[in-house]
Design a protein around this ligand. Structure first.
Ligand code: ADP
Ligand code: MG
Ligand code: MG
Ligand code: MG
Ligand code: MG
Ligand code: MG
Length: 679
């Protein structure tokens, strides 16, 4: 997302009056794109990653680590650096020059955040997969070069003491501004561009109260129980919303947070894929959907909120709640009088429907209670869109646009997509189906959004590479991952549990190959086997098609998993049933079938090894590593409190690991995650 033009953003009551107009213009713009781009063919296989950073201030002698609020200055320094060139920073280690222009930096919601993407999307070559890690290191290095000496870009998902009592930003601002009305964070925590404070304020206004981001606290030996969040102030009387906590917004045993920044201030790793055409895009969207919760659990990195250990390991639900604009009527707390529907999920949630016309997609996989706007669906059908995709967009369009600029309402411009994007880009689902832009210059894209950012670029590259390879495998073997979409929702919840990657089991399809096909031989040609047009083979009950599996079984396959300790325990308990090949062996056999040179294959193997060991428990998640760091810290009182000294030492360690990694040393080893960087 680029910097948006300035304009007059409408406050909620005024924005609400224009919602129907924005939706109807958005649908007209969507139909315009649809009719122009539905027949687009042979777009090339391109993909790109997005890495998000927190910017912290750190110096050895200062007891405090703070969030730096200089996002705008840093972006300005990056944008105005004419000499920005990759040669100055970290070498990529491959000896060969990169085809990449300098990376691109983007603003984010948090004024303490940055996002960086490669200078141009990656192509289909396997060697390009090896450029990802050096490019990520380069981005980090360039970002650092445009910061003050005491500022550092780090890739923790969340800042451990965001919203804790005392000072946690540089410069300091007191809490409770008119936009967020948070008792914990100041309005200045958000990117000051009018879009962001308006987004937060209008979500709050639409809800009729502040967002409630409650995370279960981790109960340690000395954690008082029941636990009452000691940082909540029940005696504030500045804003009407100060009543929220007196009305039960902060239940016992939960860390209570009350602002968008607690969710949208977290960092993630996203990957966008361009499909060769619409059909392939829809296939990729559907087939990657069930992998979302698995990759969320594998990348778990978020065990601390507001200075307390949480009982969950990932960020997802916190972001979901931090932007949940549903009214009490929509949430089912009051009878429907003014609103149109009960809506079961936040606008940030796992996706709720499948979109492919794949004959293997059985009616039973859909959510029978999916809420859609029937009028909008009819308009899309009348405009020539098929039922399934019309249903998808008619679901996204149940939401109101939150930020509306009055300048944009003067006339409908069908050469733009702004009104469509207004609704589309504030439906934050774990997959996003991205139509081509109005000028049609690029193709149909699918974005994979659930992964948590990892501490090191080695890990971020590993997860990126793995997902790219899985996508190739899906297309080459025409794999079938379908399970009922509601099971994907359940898996998403399961992924939140502490150590879900080892302790939990996820619904997953038993047989990925309804019709076995040989992979295409052209190396990463990006062409997929066409979806068979025959009707699905006579099928038994849907429930027989999937079963609960550990992440180890899903990634490594049952044969490998049986040889690993956690799985052996489960087998002894009689929990295993049925063989499953595992995604990793499928990736390996795909790599065997295509032309990858030995050197490339060896380096890819290091990334795959990280994923394999993460799934088996031989390597721990960042969440586990952070928990252990806290638990071993001399200042930790076994009471769930993550104090300033622990935070400083943790972030210092993370900075040191980043520096070691940039020097080409064993950052992962330094993290205690295993000696993989010594490869
Ligand atoms: P958003 O924030 O809306 O998800 P970004 O502009 O930050 O989107 O970019 C997402 C990623 O998509 C970037 O890594 C970018 O390199 C990549 N990308 C850009 N164009 C294409 C394309 N045609 N196909 C695939 N990926 C692309
Ligand atoms: Mg982006
Ligand atoms: Mg974005
Ligand atoms: Mg964002
Ligand atoms: Mg982003
Ligand atoms: Mg994105």
């Amino acid at each position: 997302m680029g910097l948006l033009a300035l304009g007059t953003a409408l406050d909620w009551p005024d924005a609400k009056k224009q919602a129907q107009l924005v939706r109807s213009w958005g649908i007209k713009q969507l139909l315009e794109i649809w009719n122009k781009a539905k027949g687009k063919e042979r777009d090339i296989m391109l993909w790109g990653d997005e890495v998000e950073y927190l910017v912290v201030t750190y110096s050895k002698d200062d007891p405090k680590i703070l969030l730096s609020l200089r996002q705008a200055d840093i972006l300005e320094a990056l944008a105005s650096d004419k000499a920005l060139s990759k040669a100055r920073c970290c070498s990529d280690g491959s000896g060969s020059p990169s085809s990449q222009p300098p990376p691109v930096f983007h603003p984010e919601f948090g004024r303490f955040m940055l996002e960086a993407t490669p200078g141009k999307p990656w192509g289909i070559g396997f060697r390009e997969l090896l450029e990802v890690e050096p490019n990520m290191k380069l981005r980090r290095c360039i970002a650092k070069d445009h910061m003050l000496p005491n500022e550092y870009p780090i890739t923790l998902t969340t800042f451990p003491r965001l919203g804790s009592p005392g000072v946690f930003t540089d410069p300091y601002y007191p809490a409770s501004g008119s936009k967020l009305r948070s008792q914990f964070v100041p309005d200045e925590i958000a990117n000051p561009h009018i879009r962001f404070p308006t987004l937060a304020a209008n979500i709050r206004s639409r809800r009729g109260r502040k967002v409630q981001v409650n995370v279960p606290v981790f109960r340690d030996e000395k954690t008082p129980w029941p636990w009452r969040d000691p940082t909540v102030n029940y005696d504030l009387h500045q804003w009407p919303e100060d009543d929220d906590v007196r009305n039960g917004a902060a239940p016992d045993n939960f860390i209570h947070m009350d602002a968008m920044a607690f969710g949208m201030g977290s960092c993630c790793l996203q990957i966008t894929f361009q499909a060769k055409n619409l059909t392939e895009g829809r296939q990729m969207y559907d087939q990657l959907s069930p992998l979302g919760p698995i990759m969320l659990a594998l990348t778990a990195a978020t065990p601390i909120y507001k200075g307390f250990l949480a009982d969950t390991d990932v960020r997802w639900n916190q972001i979901s709640r931090a932007v949940d604009d549903r009214t009490p009527e929509e949430m089912g707390e009051k009878p429907l009088v003014n609103d149109r529907w009960r809506i079961p999920k936040s606008r940030y949630a796992s996706n709720s429907t499948y979109i492919s016309e794949d004959p293997r997609l059985r009616p039973e996989y859909f959510d029978a209670d999916l809420v859609i706007d029937e009028d909008i669906k009819q308009q899309l059908l009348d405009g020539g869109m098929d039922d399934r995709l019309a249903t998808h967009f008619a679901h996204l369009f149940i939401r109101d646009p939150i930020v509306i600029f009055s300048e944009d309402l003067q006339e409908l411009d069908l050469t733009k997509t702004d009104h469509f994007e207004n609704i589309q880009s504030t439906n934050w689902q774990h997959m996003r189906f991205k139509p081509p832009p109005a000028d049609n210059s690029i193709g149909w894209r699918v974005e994979f959004r659930p992964m948590e950012i990892q501490i090191t670029d080695f890990e971020n590259a590993a997860f990126t590479v793995f997902l790219v390879l899985v996508t190739r495998v899906i297309l080459s073997y025409n794999l079938n991952f379908y399970i009922p979409i509601r099971r994907v929702d359940e898996n998403m919840e399961t992924a939140h549990a502490r150590d879900a990657v080892l302790q939990k089991r996820f619904f997953f399809r038993r047989n990925l190959f309804p019709a076995v096909r040989a992979p295409r031989s052209a190396a990463g040609s990006g062409t997929s086997t066409p979806i068979p047009s025959r009707p699905p083979t006579p099928a038994g009950p849907v429930e027989d098609e999937y079963r609960l599996m550990t992440v180890n079984e899903i990634i490594n396959g049952t044969a490998y998993a049986r040889g690993t300790p956690t799985q052996a325990d489960r087998d002894a308990a009689g929990e295993s049933e049925g063989d499953f090949p595992g995604l990793m062996p499928l990736v390996e056999s795909y790599l065997d079938s295509v032309n990858v040179d030995v050197a490339t294959r060896c380096r890819l193997a290091a990334y795959l090894e990280l994923i394999r060991k993460r799934a088996s428990g031989e390597l721990c998640t960042a969440a586990r590593w952070i928990r252990e760091f806290v638990e071993k810290h001399p200042e930790y009182g076994r009471d769930s409190v993550v104090g300033e000294k622990i935070t400083k030492d943790l972030v210092e360690r993370v900075i040191k690991v980043g520096e070691a990694e940039a020097r080409g040393e064993g950052g992962m080893e330094g993290l205690g995650l295993g000696g993989l960087l010594g490869r």
